[in-house]
Design a protein around this ligand. Structure first.
Ligand code: ZN
Length: 334
């Protein structure tokens, strides 16, 4: 019997201009750029990874940069909203910060005990900052990113979850609950259903996937401003292999295991159309020789592209980290 899926590993989306993406996620949201590399399937474009100081699974939001590409279109069979977790006590800090940085689409509401700030990134990707009491727990010191513009007290803690819009939900519900071991998160059954991961030992806050049934909507189109896929965690390669066998036995078309340097990945499309990945926790973001201190500082290439480094570097637009350390939110008076 396979253990249940314990959480999200990462969410990967598509962005336009890579510098604008860095300015927003590292500069405004204060995440750490934990890896600058290329799209392993298209090495002429960037793949940028953001997370906590360690690049820990469950904190990772990543982007394929396609400058000049057309924006995607909202619809069924895709993730509509990506939610990040903040301390409940930090909601007013974030509302001020988003306002100061003229972030668009900012709205605030309630969901159960949580306060939810809705916003859009510079490519129109829909995000939420969810203020929950679970996030008030102090994060381990080593996981806190101290090089960014947001102080420890208010820093984004982790991925909170995703909302997917589907033409029909029953088969996806069956996959999540009967195969992957997620639990219904609330009693309400209606247009929206929410499911939570089951953490091992209960030491980690749950993550969520919300399904919205939208039978009358047309299919969405995944491109700039939209999520490309979501990845769930497997603790090791053996667990991932067991998941692969299980999913194949149930008739899912699962990819072979693919080496992504920082984790190993398998991919399959869930019945509602969203691309799912199962990614291993190891080996993590120091696997390429970068240290925890230098994560994200230089372009890292997988071995198969190292021989083409000069040409690839010349073709990629230069990017730099914002030096936003003097923003009003980071001043001693705050
Ligand atoms: Zn992925």
């Amino acid at each position: 019997m396979l253990p249940p899926i314990t959480g999200l590993h990462h969410v990967t989306a598509m962005c336009g201009d890579p510098q604008r993406n860095v300015d927003f996620y590292a500069g405004v949201l204060g995440l750490r750029l934990v890896k600058r590399t290329v799209n392993f399937d298209d090495p002429s474009t960037y793949h940028l990874y953001y997370g906590d100081a360690l690049g820990a699974p469950g904190t990772l939001l990543t982007f394929f940069a396609w400058p000049g590409a057309q924006r995607g279109r909202r619809g069924t069979g895709q993730v509509a909203v990506t939610a990040l977790r903040i301390p409940a006590s930090s909601v007013s800090f974030w509302l001020d910060r988003l306002h100061t940085h003229q972030v668009v689409g900012v709205d605030v509401g309630k969901r159960d005990a949580a306060t939810v700030i809705s916003l859009a990134d510079p490519d129109g990707m829909r995000l939420e900052l969810v203020g929950t009491p679970e996030a008030d727990d102090a994060k381990k010191d080593e996981a806190v990113w101290r090089g960014g513009p947001v102080t420890l007290e208010h820093a984004i803690r982790a991925l909170h979850g995703v909302t997917a819009e589907l033409a029909a939900t029953p088969k996806t519900v069956a996959l999540l609950t009967e195969v992957m071991g997620l639990k219904p998160a609330d009693a309400e059954v209606g247009r929206k259903q929410r499911f939570r991961t089951v953490s091992s030992g209960g030491e980690k806050p749950n993550q969520f996937i919300e399904l919205v049934a939208a039978p009358d909507d047309r299919p969405g189109q995944v491109s700039v401003g939209f999520v490309h896929h979501i990845a769930w965690r497997a603790q090791d390669a053996a667990t991932q292999a067991a998941w692969r066998e299980k999913l194949l036995s149930l008739g899912h078309a699962v990819s072979p295991v693919i080496d992504r340097t920082y984790f190993h990945a398998i991919y399959f499309r869930e019945p509602g159309g969203v691309l799912f990945e199962i990614a291993t926790d190891p080996p993590g973001f120091t696997a390429d020789g970068e240290t925890l201190e230098t994560l994200g500082s230089h372009l890292q290439l997988p071995p198969q592209y190292e021989g083409r480094r000069a040409a690839l570097e010349a073709g990629l637009p230069p990017i730099h980290l914002p030096s936003d350390h003097t923003s009003p939110q980071a001043s001693p008076a705050e």
